[in-house]
Design a protein around this ligand. Structure first.
Ligand SMILES: Cc1cc2nc3c(=O)[nH]c(=O)nc-3n(C[C@H](O)[C@H](O)[C@H](O)COP(=O)(O)OP(=O)(O)OC[C@H]3O[C@@H](n4cnc5c(N)ncnc54)[C@H](O)[C@@H]3O)c2cc1C
Length: 327
């Protein structure tokens, strides 16, 4: 296939929270940025799904805002109605408000990404150095050249892209990156016949067993129809990852029955291979190469949260601005 070569100043792989936060900051600073994502929409793990009239947040359920700068951003989103406080039922001892996206968590990503140059359905296959620039190759064979690249997919996926292009990674950096592990998580989305038994404000965290979290998307204000999202524990998801997904979904629905209290009309299951990092790197982002610039960021470099992903993205943007000021 014959493709035109496209060129940009900074190319960011991944339009999840970390990629969007970095792109936003870099664009505000006057840099030319192009975001690429393999998915059909922005947001990554801030995902939602719809079927038969029901709507589900099936990835991140809420976000925190503890960092001062992130608090300011969240306050602006709250004023615009992009997020709403989802406060009651916080764990004892926590005074941090929780925010949910409005209508769904992906509203946060859409807001951040609305004026950013973004190409969706563009899976990146590899990256190679050509002269003083990077050449990023998409799975369909198209090449995009960039002076600097920021990788934000989960670390094993970023490493696979770098390895496909034989990018040399400093030994100590490689060791740190190889140590980063993620929990798996099954998310079962179930449309119910009747409203669930989950109390206000719409979630329970079972203390034991296969289930980590159940959210009621109706009480949460997302879905007009009764619809729950069941997240399995990391341990259950790991142990049962290779099993038939339909069987796993039925087992989790069965285990959640005391909170559902209704029959299930229809369900779907999604397996998050990289749901939350189980290990967090000491650095907010990693520099793979200084000349030309190549960085890795994401929640694994800050905290396993939406906010953590944004902080890592910002740190990467700062590094790109600082080290790339002459490019
Ligand atoms: C089930 C679940 C529940 C969670 N609950 C919460 C919660 O309640 N509160 C909270 O704060 N956090 C929660 N999190 C964590 C939170 O969602 C993440 O920390 C955060 O969204 C990570 O953002 P990111 O940008 O680092 O990564 P991602 O969101 O994973 O973004 C990476 C992006 O890279 C793209 N990509 C990957 N490979 C390629 C490729 N080859 N080419 C192009 N694009 C590619 C992906 O499509 C994706 O959009 C949860 C996560 C999950 C999965």
């Amino acid at each position: 296939m014959n493709h035109l070569r496209c060129r940009t100043d900074i190319l960011i792989v991944g339009a999840g929270m970390s990629g969007l936060a970095a792109a936003y900051k870099l664009t505000q600073s006057g840099r030319e940025v192009l975001l690429l994502d393999k998915a059909r929409g922005v947001g990554g793990r801030l995902g939602n799904r719809r079927f038969d009239g029901a709507i589900f947040d099936h990835g991140a359920q809420f976000m925190t805002a503890r960092d001062d700068l992130f608090k300011d951003l969240a306050a602006g989103w709250k004023d615009k109605g992009i997020i709403k406080e989802w406060r009651d039922g916080e764990p004892v001892g926590s005074s941090d408000p929780r925010f949910r996206g409005s209508p769904t968590m992906s509203a946060i990503a859409k807001e951040l990404g609305q004026n950013l140059a973004t190409r969706l359905k563009s899976p990146v296959a590899s990256i190679e150095q050509i002269g003083e620039e990077w050449s990023v190759t998409l799975q369909d064979g198209e090449h995009i050249q960039a002076k600097a690249v920021l990788m934000t997919p989960p670390v094993p996926q970023s490493l696979a892209i770098l390895d496909a292009g034989n990018i040399s990674i400093p030994k100590a950096t490689r060791q740190r990156l190889d140590q980063i592990r993620y929990e798996k998580c099954f998310a079962v989305m179930a449309l119910l016949e009747e409203p669930s038994r989950i109390p206000h404000p719409g979630y329970v965290k079972p203390e034991k067993g296969s289930i980590a979290w159940i959210a009621d998307n109706q009480t949460k204000g997302i879905s007009e129809l009764p619809a729950v999202t069941i997240h399995a524990t990391g341990e259950y998801s790991e142990t049962n990852w290779e099993r038939d997904r339909d069987e796993v979904a039925r087992e989790l629905i069965n285990n959640a029955q005391e909170w559902l209290g209704s029959s299930v009309v229809k369900f779907q299951i999604h397996g998050w291979r990289y749901s939350k990092p189980a290990t967090i790197s000491a650095n907010r982002c990693e520099i793979i190469s200084q000349d030309p610039l190549l960085l890795i960021a994401g929640d694994a470099f800050s905290s396993a949260r939406v906010e953590g992903a944004a902080l890592s993205g910002w740190a990467a943007a700062d590094t790109l601005l600082e080290l790339g000021s002459n490019s």
